[in-house]
Design a protein around this ligand. Structure first.
Ligand code: PGA
Length: 252
């Protein structure tokens, strides 16, 4: 059965001390919970990964990186490799976030390489994608999402999909306070599961967790998560506040 997941993307927030403090608070807030099939993940910045992952190791919280390079090492100033992430105990990486695509020029072709590298290193990938407002207004959102998934993931073998988590994040809903309605999220998630089933098998499609991201808050989490194809959320702003993040975990 596919896992339910609540993942906090801290983006470029929290210095080392703040990160250590927040992961401890998150861990404490779920310590007594029986999580069953639910995973709780936090993604701090690179500088905090080592310490945060050491703290998280003794808890129910898992740790992800927000990005990585596809090469193992070399002259790539400012970049971090899969091997380096693994050396600090990190085995999950967020790839393809819309902010990486928009501000750092990441393309589907580049992301396909990053996905391959992560999987070759036995890491799990939280793969983000989603349409911009114009795409939705002009009714192209399904085509855009399909091509993002196809270009970066459909070269994979079926068995690789056990290490893929999908995160549908309509760009117009990220950090804007505007959320896709639960119906819009469900409609897109069902579509994604359908195209994965068509390309692979219904088992692959049924097993992949599909998270929704974009202004998920305590006030709307429960309704969004109640949809059958929404398996959790990738949370930005609300993941920076321990009470809000806990409320979102409670909602799932
Ligand atoms: P948000 O960010 O929750 O602040 O909208 C979501 C994300 O970018 O993953």
């Amino acid at each position: 059965m596919r896992a339910k997941i609540v993942a906090g993307n801290w983006k470029m927030n929290n210095d080392l001390e703040e990160s250590k403090s927040l992961v401890k608070k998150v861990a404490k807030s779920i310590k007594k919970k029986s999580l069953n099939n639910t995973r709780v993940i936090v993604a701090p910045t690179f500088v905090s990964l080592d310490k945060v992952s050491k703290i998280a190791k003794e808890t129910k919280v898992e740790v992800a990186a927000q990005n990585m390079h596809f090469e193992k090492n070399g002259a790539f100033t400012g970049e971090v490799s899969a091997e380096m992430l693994k050396s600090v105990g990190v085995k999950i990486v967020i790839l393809g976030h819309s902010e990486r695509r928009e501000y750092f020029g990441e393309t589907d072709a580049l992301l396909a390489k990053k996905v391959d590298t992560a999987l070759a290193n036995k890491m799990e990938v939280i793969f983000c994608f989603g349409e911009v407002l114009e795409d939705r207004k002009s009714g192209k959102h399904f085509d855009v999402v399909e091509s993002q998934i196809k270009n970066a993931l459909f070269h994979l073998e079926a068995k690789a999909w056990k290490n893929i988590i999908l995160a549908y994040e309509p760009v117009w809903a990220i950090g804007t306070g505007e959320t896709a309605s639960p119906e819009q999220a469900q409609e897109m998630h069902a579509f994604i599961r359908k195209i994965v089933a068509e390309k692979y098998t219904s088992e692959v499609a049924e097993d992949v967790s599909i998270l929704y991201g974009g202004s998920v808050k305590p006030a709307n989490a429960e309704e969004i998560f109640s949809k059958p194809d929404v398996d959790g959320g990738l949370i930005g702003g609300a993941a920076l506040n321990k009470d809000d993040f806990k409320a979102i975990i409670d909602a799932i």
